[in-house]
Design a protein around this ligand. Structure first.
Ligand SMILES: Cc1cc2nc3c(=O)[nH]c(=O)nc-3n(C[C@H](O)[C@H](O)[C@H](O)COP(=O)(O)OP(=O)(O)OC[C@H]3O[C@@H](n4cnc5c(N)ncnc54)[C@H](O)[C@@H]3O)c2cc1C
Length: 466
């Protein structure tokens, strides 16, 4: 690319070279479009390089997220064909394994949680068989003797996200795409139409179409009106990477999960322990507490974790949305396509998002599966689609609610966040979902939504997020 300040033209510019942006860029280039992908840092330097790479539609399924579960199951089914095509085009083994996953209980609270998750899975017609501790250890001999029960998810698996980024990059470039790294892009809009981008310290690029795949930095994307930006927020995740010593075996064949952590063992000897879920804005610090809780939680499941070699502790910012679902589709100025908000599932969803955005850019009808995830669902002020859980202007004194089936007194004007806290949950809601009178309240609104006398509050603690 020229550095003289001349304008170059492309059919489309993709802002962001994470897994999502690169998948979109590759698919668009395959459709014969001239595509430039720009990243302010390095490809995979955002959440994609931090991710564990679980393809876990079932163990990541959360209360009230049935539409997302449908999309996630479709994405998992798309992975084998996507892997074959990507490995062929990129020439890199991306470490895809249909390993299955095992959710286990290490104490009585976990056991209760596991029972609730069993009921939840069965209510969704998902395979779910209760295993005793002994049956769990028969499947995974490395599990601690204190594991008292488990549920298997045979369809879950994993992939190496760093290898996926490398393969996508190569596949994209081999399809004729161009990549610029280390330079932030500013979107250029005139008369409500995308004109292209200004690339920091380089050329101005003209393009009639732009894919915004900026991940957790979506709301900091320069050049767009604030009301054109979907409500994406950074959700910090700390994650550990360890390695088995030469000659030693992997701690487990499957992904092992408890409510406090997950452990992914790869064939190349890498063992990933994740991940915290923290609402701390842009903070990317690895903390002593984060490392401690993850290691403690992992060795409680698999005592052999003690013998693993330390490799690294990292963090990433997940692009979270109010309903935990991605934002895919056209919205705002003509030519602007959003591919963001993939929260805990961007690795899993990349094949579907890439295909849908490729269709949109090529002028085809988008596949039906993306329609519920359009950016337009957030317009109109409230991200909450249910309507009747609005913030209440005043409260009754001496409020009494039902908290997970038990009658409970809560202070006057108590919010959903206070109910979570009263139920012993983390204030940041790690691994939890809440429904009030059967209607899910997005985590971002827990502090704002006040409870009313006699309401039924259901709190589900989910496995740690990917
Ligand atoms: C600890 C952790 C574990 C996870 N585990 C899993 C998992 O097991 N399975 C799973 O499916 N998902 C997992 N996720 C979620 C997954 O990582 C994300 O959903 C996914 O990586 C999002 O990809 P992305 O391309 O949208 O964002 P990113 O990978 O963050 O990429 C966005 C890119 O945009 C660039 N950018 C931003 N603004 C600009 C600009 N103005 N100009 C140019 N470039 C810009 C950034 O530099 C960045 O490289 C995990 C996430 C974390 C943090």
């Amino acid at each position: 690319m020229s550095s003289s300040g001349t304008v170059r033209s492309y059919d489309a510019v993709v802002v962001g070279a994470g897994i999502v942006g690169l998948a979109c860029a590759w698919r668009a280039a395959q459709r014969g479009l001239s595509v430039l992908c720009v990243d302010g840092a390095t490809p995979g330097g955002g959440a994609s390089g931090a991710a564990a790479g679980m393809l876990a539609p079932v163990t990541e399924a959360d209360f009230g997220e049935e539409a997302l579960l449908g999309l996630n199951l479709e994405a998992a089914a798309a992975w084998p064909a996507f892997r074959d095509e990507l490995e062929e085009a990129g020439g890199i083994d991306i470490g895809h394994r249909a390993s299955g996953a095992l959710e286990v209980a290490a104490d009585r609270d976990d056991l209760e949680e596991l029972r609730r998750r069993l009921a939840f899975r069965r209510s969704l017609d998902l395979d779910a068989e209760w295993l005793t501790g002994r049956e769990c250890r028969r499947l995974e001999p490395g599990l601690s003797p204190r594991i008292s029960a488990g549920i298997e998810a045979p369809g879950d698996g994993h992939v190496n996200p760093r290898a996926v980024v490398a393969a996508l990059r190569r596949a994209f470039e081999r399809s004729g795409g161009e990549l610029v790294t280390g330079a932030r892009a500013t979107v250029l809009v005139r008369d409500e139409c995308v004109q292209g981008v200004d690339i920091e310290g380089r050329d101005r690029v003209a393009a009639p179409a732009l894919v915004a795949a900026a991940g957790a930095q979506t709301r900091a994307l320069p050049g767009l009106d604030a009301d054109a930006l979907p409500p994406v927020r950074p959700v910090k995740g700390q994650i550990l990477r360890l390695r088995v010593r030469p000659g030693a075996s992997l701690p487990a064949a499957r992904v092992i999960r408890s409510p406090r952590c997950y452990v992914v063992s790869r064939d190349d000897g890498e063992v990933v322990v994740g991940a915290t879920v923290e609402e701390r804005g842009e903070d990317l610090a690895v903390t002593g507490g984060g490392v401690f809780v993850l290691l403690e939680a992992a060795r409680e499941l698999l005592p052999d974790v003690d013998e693993l070699e330390w490799v690294e502790a990292g963090t990433g910012l997940r692009p979270g949305t109010p309903d935990n679902a991605p934002v895919i589709g056209r919205h705002g100025p003509e030519g602007l396509v959003w591919a963001t908000g993939h929260y805990r599932g961007g690795v899993l969803l990349a094949p579907l998002t890439g295909a849908a955005v490729g269709d949109l850019l090529a002028g085809d009808e988008p596949p039906a599966y993306i329609l519920p995830f359009s950016p337009g669902r957030f317009t109109g002020g409230s991200a909450h689609r249910g309507g009747h859980l609005a913030t209440r202007p005043r409260r009754e004194p001496d409020m009494r609610v039902t908290l997970n089936g038990e009658p409970r007194e809560l202070p006057d004007r108590a919010s959903v966040a206070e109910a979570v806290s009263a139920a012993g949950g983390q204030p940041d809601g790690r691994g939890m979902a809440v429904a009030v009178d059967g209607e899910v309240v997005p985590r971002g609104r827990w502090a704002a939504v006040e409870l009313g006398d006699g309401q039924h509050v259901e709190i589900l603690r989910a496995a740690q997020g990917g």
